[in-house]
Design a protein around this ligand. Structure first.
Ligand SMILES: [Zn+2]
Length: 344
């Protein structure tokens, strides 16, 4: 399928083509060569990359480095942690690392050798039992009990995911009642329920779409009812508004298989990700008010059919996004300028 993109070299819109080529990167002391798919200008050959494509290359380079250096893969690290039902925060505490470090490794960041050795040792239950004895006081009682049950071979889950999600520590989320949160204290159950609602209603939601759907839902509800749906604060990112620290919450939902993320290939040959309702979601217990349901339905109806690019472009026309500075939180007071209004 033919596609046109703006080529910074030609300074014009050009047809693009996808080429496969080898690229070599230096990682620590090694030269790493990977084969990558790159979208290029068909006139001059200039790469027209996206942030998503750059991330894929980086992931491939890291994967190859890990293979050569015999380091644990991100999936393996996650597997070891989940075997003991530990959160990233708790595993980090047991090993004397920061939560951000474990999170980074599980997201594909390259671990150093000492950390790799420490995490690998946790594959042996006696090591974790010993860590719990010596450092278990650093965990919450709930988390400690959960890990001890896992070690004892107790398998049944201890509560529904909506109860468990409240045990998470969403330190970076705005937790205030102000124009940054649409005058609702951030509500993780509502956030998760809205994400699942969109996935259920639309069948699948691309990773690049979900942030904008959430933004429109929250801002339209504020515009029409002077309160947001979820209490999420949004900041200005290049592709549109994004919830602050959404990655952690969506990551948690994935950890618990409430949400599943699948790799998909777009018509232009690029790879991306889509979200689906996961096997552990169960019935969503947050009841939305009739007005809130109307808002969700309307956002899904008007924006659900747009491509990731289409919805991104639409969000770029919103004064709320345009007027904010890069990285800055967007005030809900701007909701009155939203291009969307409820009909009737
Ligand atoms: Zn060009």
């Amino acid at each position: 399928m033919k596609r046109e993109e703006f080529c910074p070299n030609c300074e014009e819109y050009r047809e693009t083509k996808v080429v496969q080529r080898e690229e070599t990167y230096t990682v620590r002391d090694r030269q790493i060569t990977v084969s990558v798919k790159a979208e290029t200008c068909s006139s001059c050959g200039e790469s027209i990359g996206s942030d998503e494509a750059d991330q894929e290359v980086l992931d491939a380079v890291h994967a190859e480095f890990r293979r050569q250096a015999d380091l644990l893969t991100p999936e393996r690290i996650k597997q070891i942690r989940k075997r003991y039902r530990l959160s990233q925060r708790s595993l980090a505490a047991l090993l004397g690392m920061s939560e951000a470090t474990i999170n980074r490794y599980e997201q594909g960041g390259l671990q150093d050798q000492a950390h790799d050795t420490a995490i690998r040792a946790c594959d042996r239950p006696e090591i974790v039992r010993d860590l719990l004895e010596r450092r278990g006081h650093l965990l919450t009682d709930w988390q400690r009990k959960r890990a001890e049950q896992a070690l004892a071979g107790v398998t049944e889950p201890d509560g529904s995911w909506l109860d468990l999600i409240g045990q998470g520590n969403w330190i970076q989320l705005a937790n205030e009642v102000s124009d940054r949160t649409g005058f609702r204290r951030f509500d993780h159950k509502r956030f998760a329920s809205v994400v699942l609602w969109f996935c259920g209603r639309l069948g699948r939601v691309y990773k690049t779409q979900i942030n904008k759907l959430l933004f429109y839902g929250d801002f339209l509800n504020f515009k029409t009812a002077t309160v947001s749906l979820t209490g999420t604060a949004y900041r200005k990112a290049p592709l549109g508004p994004v919830p602050t620290d959404y990655g952690k919450l969506l990551g948690w939902m994935q950890d618990e298989a409430v949400l599943v993320c699948r790799e998909v290939e777009f018509s232009n040959g690029n790879m991306g990700f889509s979200y689906h309702v996961g096997p552990n979601a169960g019935p969503v217990t947050v009841e939305f008010a009739p007005h809130e349901q109307k808002v969700l339905e309307y956002v899904a109806e008007v924006l659900g059919g747009l491509t990731a690019k289409g919805i991104s472009e639409r969000s770029h026309q919103e004064p709320a996004w345009r007027d904010a500075k890069d990285g800055q939180v967007i005030s809900y007071r701007e909701a009155e300028t939203l291009s969307l209004s409820l009909p009737g």
